[in-house]
Design a protein around this ligand. Sequence first.
Ligand code: C2E
Ligand code: MG
Ligand code: MG
Ligand code: MG
Length: 280
Amino acid sequence: YAKGKGRNNYQFFRSEMNIRAVERQFVEANLRSALEKREFILHYQPKINLSTGKISGAEALLRWKRPSSEMILPDRFIRIAEDCGLIIPIGRWVLRDACTQAKKWIEAGLAPVSIAVNISALEFRQVDFLESVRSVLNDTGLDVHCLQLEITENVLMDNAESSAFILQELKNIGVQLAVDDFGTGYSSLSYLNLFPLDVIKIDQSFVDGIGNSKDNGIIVGAVIGMGNSLKLKVVAEGIENLEQLNFLKGLHCEEGQGFYFSKPISSESFVEMLASERSF
Ligand code: C2E
Ligand code: MG
Ligand code: MG
Ligand code: MG
């Protein structure tokens, strides 16, 4: 019996793997032409200054819209794009498009917003990454201080020495540097002193637990306290309800983003939101 069951599990595992392999091939094949076909768009999730309630910026989040299909979210294709190297041209497009948009918002006199762009491991380690950031800023005319690059903790720690070098070069250009998904990596906290960072983004898994578990609240509190002491701006990700918001405000968390304020929205909707001078 045990043997039979084992084999069923094995077969189940095999078919799961096949489904994944097929999905992967499909994604990879279509991803190759997606840039040319202009199937990518950026959505923007507002970032809120928690003490004023005003929009301070947005995070650009990539979406893939294939004709006659639902919007495809990054979790289904970013990893594959990284594995086959396509993340390089895609990431370049993201950076350029996000900076172009932000420049338009600022020129339209909307609000002094900053734009955050996610950078993957492979992009971060490209030899010409710095050059590509410089040329995008140069071509779009966006004020360097308005650009924030988000890099995950794991990417930074993967080769801490070279990360410190790249970050310092970016710092010299004048862009803002954020650690994304803070608290989910395996790293020690000592890197916070080694890297020239401006922002830490508390991962939504911790924010999620506020109210559910006392321990998560304690962790969030400790991260905010540490960030404040180190003069880092602390941003909370994934705020979904008023209880979480009030808790974070009480601890002087500077910024937040999450479905409680807004989901990621199109640039048109974001412009409308900015223009309405809405405050939360
Ligand atoms: P991330 O950078 O940590 O982005 C936050 C993710 O959380 C986004 O998912 C956002 O839609 C989602 N989110 C925001 N507020 C809430 C909330 O209140 N509740 C919940 N449940 N979720 C919330 P999204 O857009 O699906 O992106 C997932 C990840 O894909 C991002 O995580 C980022 O790592 C990656 N990604 C997105 N766009 C890009 C890109 O242009 N380049 C690269 N390299 N990675 C990207
Ligand atoms: Mg991010
Ligand atoms: Mg994150
Ligand atoms: Mg994430």
